[in-house]
Design a protein around this ligand. Structure first.
Ligand SMILES: [Mn+2]
Length: 427
């Protein structure tokens, strides 16, 4: 646990005391509802306490769009202050003990010192994120026409070396994974040779894969379009899977919920990747139109539930557990914030991910399987909806309370005055 709490513990305790009476009543009421269904609430709370999701280092500064950015007072000025803000989210939610670091945006001068600073705040490091989608000041060669796919071997070499540097920094920080997302692609038909661009990308990824420590995973993220508007090299889960197959057993596909064309059945993509044992992890966020980077669960909470329904189903599947006892996708949040206080937005997202997971735990899987075998779509759907429509807020709150976190994290955060204090200290 954290040696240093960014918000004084008395403040969280006071906020919890104010909410305790109502919480206990709600919890008992829900326990009764679940008991009638044959579900023991204590078992669900115990499972709920085990969910963890990583937060992105880039999510703590106020984001923006290409049209504008509206800074708020008290934003973190560097990676150390981002860690402090991450510790606030973890202190109040009890479920975000790891930070996913972006290089070079949050490149530490001294990785070992940063690891110590994180440890004092009760934090560790999740997957590293490389960046070959923009040119950095002083960079020798440009990524304007691609990085790992570039026609010039010198550009590919530079991009490979950057990824290897990310692995080295990550080793010093105690990370166990590297996420590669590529903007590589073309905006006009004919601009790039579609097959050769992928061949060169996989060849470059092989160079990175070779540098991967044996206990690391490589996550290959896909995205259909933007910034490339005609063809993206790794555009979907099929191409990501193909690349992972070429590389070897430490390579996995990463599902960013915002990186799908509208109406894609993402839960089915998840089921497919589980079936071929290449589901590496998630970037959670939500979207209405494209890669909107909105708070997880803010637009399509039912979709988020259906994704977790596949994950919980796989976790409880005896065949899958036997074949691969370490089925453990990496859960990360990937979103940026233009309107909300980033700390509040990450608290909201973590809570909605938690909610979708706990609702998925409530699905009566035996009944669902029976209805599927009987080809009864009405009862099968009703079984899912019974879980989805259950208000599991008291379970989430109880899981947080037992971890020493906040019954109501947003209320505790607002009563703490943390942002106003940060605005003074970070002026
Ligand atoms: Mn992402």
């Amino acid at each position: 646990m954290a040696k240093r709490k960014p918000i004084p513990e008395e403040i969280v305790e006071e906020a919890n005391e104010a909410a305790l009476d109502r919480h206990e009543k709600d919890y008992q009421a829900l326990a009764g509802i679940l008991e009638r269904r044959g579900t023991n609430i204590e078992k669900i709370v115990a499972e709920a306490m085990r969910l963890e999701v990583a937060v992105p280092s880039w999510g703590f500064a106020q984001g923006g769009t290409r049209f504008g950015r509206f800074p708020i007072p008290g934003e973190p000025r560097g990676v150390e202050e981002k860690l402090q803000d991450a510790a606030v989210v973890n202190q109040l939610t009890g479920m975000t003990p790891r930070v996913s670091l972006h290089i070079p945006w949050d490149k530490p001068d001294n990785p070992r010192a940063l690891k110590r600073a994180a440890s004092e705040l009760g934090l560790k490091f999740d997957a590293m994120n490389s960046n070959t989608f923009q040119d950095q000041p002083g960079q020798e060669l440009s990524y304007k026409f691609g990085s790992l796919c570039h026609t010039d071997p010198a550009v590919r070499r530079q991009a490979i070396e950057h990824n290897i540097e990310c692995i080295e920094i990550g080793r010093a920080l105690g990370s166990k994974g590297l996420t590669v997302w590529l903007a590589d692609g073309g905006s006009f038909p004919g601009q790039m040779h579609l097959r050769r661009a992928l061949d060169r990308t996989i060849d470059s990824l092989e160079n990175i894969y070779t540098a991967l420590p044996s206990d690391w995973r490589l996550f290959i993220e896909y995205k259909p379009f933007e910034p490339a508007f005609y063809s993206t090299v790794i555009q979907d889960w099929g191409t990501s899977w193909l690349a992972a197959q070429e590389l070897g057993p430490q390579a996995f596909c990463l599902v960013d919920l915002g990186h799908h064309l509208p109406n894609t059945n993402i839960e089915q993509v998840v089921a497919r990747l589980i079936a071929v044992n290449r589901l590496g992890g998630f970037h959670f966020n939500d979207s209405k139109y494209a890669d909107d980077d909105l708070s997880a669960g803010s637009i399509k909470p039912y979709q988020l539930f259906l994704v977790f329904n596949e994950l919980v189903d796989a976790q409880k599947d005896r065949v899958i557990r036997k074949r691969r006892p370490r089925f453990a996708p990496a859960y990360m949040i990937d979103q940026s914030h233009n309107l909300k206080d980033p700390i509040e937005d990450l608290i909201q997202s973590a809570t909605e991910i938690h909610r979708a997971f706990v609702k998925a735990l409530l699905v009566n899987r035996k009944a669902l399987e029976r209805h599927q075998e009987d080809n009864d779509p009405v009862m099968a759907e009703r079984t899912l909806k019974e879980a989805y429509e259950t208000d599991v807020s008291p379970i989430l709150a109880e899981a947080r309370r037992r971890k020493g976190a906040a019954l109501d994290p947003i209320a505790a955060y607002r009563s703490s005055g943390y942002r106003a204090r940060a605005a003074e200290e970070r002026a």
